[in-house]
Design a protein around this ligand. Structure first.
Ligand code: FAD
Length: 404
């Protein structure tokens, strides 16, 4: 293994793989990407991988929109296949959130997103299976869809390797090293690597690693859960990607006649999960409720059969938005973490802006100032007045849906 590097990237999720790729693409030689297990083994490999632009703030939107260019032209820009399917995307909201939806669509259009409000009649035409009774408004993105977490991250790592990055799997970083206030490298399960630059992109594992050089990250871990159901034959044509804010869930088509759906945990689920504590179990109660939510929006799903469910831990920051910055205290330390359950669709642009920050001293593709680390001390978290209400937890008993 190389004992020196120009830059070490810690974490072979979609974020670290993207950063390593763009560092090399911008011409940096001798980059090393370290992954303690295998590429995409963290949150990335379990991701729902929705690629939609609908955010409630312009900064995440800009990152998602830049990334859409990459997902849509993956073969030319990265190579290989990220599993992107341009299915179209629909967001529906409750009646009380319809003004917020209008404001958000206006904001999204201002950033350049191809989206519009659609009438409920148009929604029925686009997606005839939809129950619109409890829907207050809908918006449509024809260019959005979904990809595949594993495929995207491994394609990025593969291309990074072709560009000269040393991709080391099965190598765990135990500590970042500094001398005074300057980064000097990392200590790993395979020895030390000396490097003046370390990019920390270790997802839910980032906080204890940052602490090894005295940097306190306001980032914890939260378990996210998803499942796959088989659409019944009577469902007909596959559906688009949906985020259903009226009930608080999402679903998208998966391979064959499977539908992937989010399984929202109970509000009491912990925000401080240790990502090394593997817990693949998914409460039956959550599965039942999620299927009930799906069947509410798509009644023809009532007889859908459960096929599997899974979970993984993602990094969550104190305001629920990513942190993209260099440490103000330790020269040479860069941080890309706190993806807060939405870091797949923005990963290509995050790779670009982090490479710009490292090599040019400033991100130019997208303004990342709002994602700075100091926003928490400055009491300037990222908040939007057009955030949708999270509907209350509905008990499965009220739903009447059974697991098949
Ligand atoms: C069920 C689920 C559904 C989701 N749905 C969506 C969605 O629809 N759209 C969307 O945009 N996002 C979604 N997300 C979120 C998204 O997948 C994550 O935000 C994103 O994948 C995080 O990428 P990452 O690279 O930061 O972290 P990870 O993928 O967790 O990667 C971190 C990597 O660092 C490695 N690592 C950790 N510690 C060390 C160490 N000490 N040394 C070396 N390597 C180390 C880990 O092994 C891991 O591979 C979802 C997530 C889940 C779990």
């Amino acid at each position: 293994m190389a004992t020196t590097a120009s830059a070490v990237v810690i974490g072979g999720g979609v974020v670290g793989s993207s950063i390593a790729h763009y560092l090399a693409q911008k011409g940096l030689k001798d980059v090393v990407l370290l992954e303690k297990s295998s590429i995409a083994d963290g949150a990335t490999g379990s991701s729902g991988a929705l690629v939609r632009m609908h955010y409630t703030d312009p900064w995440n939107t800009a990152l998602a929109l830049k990334s859409l260019e990459v997902f849509s032209n993956w073969g030319d820009l990265i190579g290989g296949d990220c599993g992107f399917h341009k299915t179209g995307f629909v967001v529906v909201v409750s009646k009380q959130d319809s003004d917020k939806l209008r404001n958000n669509v206006e904001m999204l259009q201002g950033v350049g997103v191809n989206t519009d409000l659609i009438s409920l009649d148009d929604l029925k035409t686009l997606q005839p299976q939809t129950n619109i009774e409890d829907v207050g408004g809908a918006a449509y993105e024809p260019d959005s869809g979904h990809a595949d977490g594993y495929s995207a991250a491994t394609a990025l790592a593969h291309r990074a390797r072709e560009l000269g990055v040393q991709v080391r799997q099965g190598v765990r970083v135990s500590a970042i090293r500094k001398d005074g206030d300057k980064i000097i490298g990392v200590t790993t399960s395979d020895g030390d690597i000396d490097a003046p630059i370390v990019v920390l992109a270790a997802g839910a594992w980032s906080t204890p690693l940052a602490a090894t050089v005295g940097v306190d990250l306001p980032v914890g871990g939260q378990r996210l859960t998803a499942g796959a159901v088989e659409r019944p034959p009577e469902f007909g044509e596959p559906h688009m990607v949906f985020i259903d804010h009226a009930v608080g869930n999402y679903f998208r088509p998966d391979v064959g006649n499977l539908t992937l759906l989010g399984i929202r945990p109970h509000a009491s689920a912990s925000l401080h999960v240790n990502p090394d504590e593997r817990d693949e179990g998914v409460a039956l109660e959550w599965q039942v409720r999620s299927l009930a939510q799906l069947a509410n929006r798509m009644p023809a799903m009532e007889n859908a059969g459960w096929r599997r469910s899974w979970s993984a831990v993602d990094s969550y920051s104190a305001d629920g938005h990513m942190i993209l910055d260099q440490s103000p205290d330790v020269q040479g330390l860069y941080v890309a973490t706190g993806m807060s359950g939405t870091g797949f669709k923005t990963a290509p642009a995050v790779g670009m802006v982090m490479a710009e920050l490292v090599l040019d001293g400033k991100a130019s593709t997208v303004d990342i100032q709002p994602f700075r680390l100091s926003r928490f001390q400055e009491n300037q978290p990222i908040v939007s007045e057009n955030e949708y209400e999270i509907p209350p937890f509905e008990t499965p008993a009220a739903s009447g849906v059974e697991i098949h």
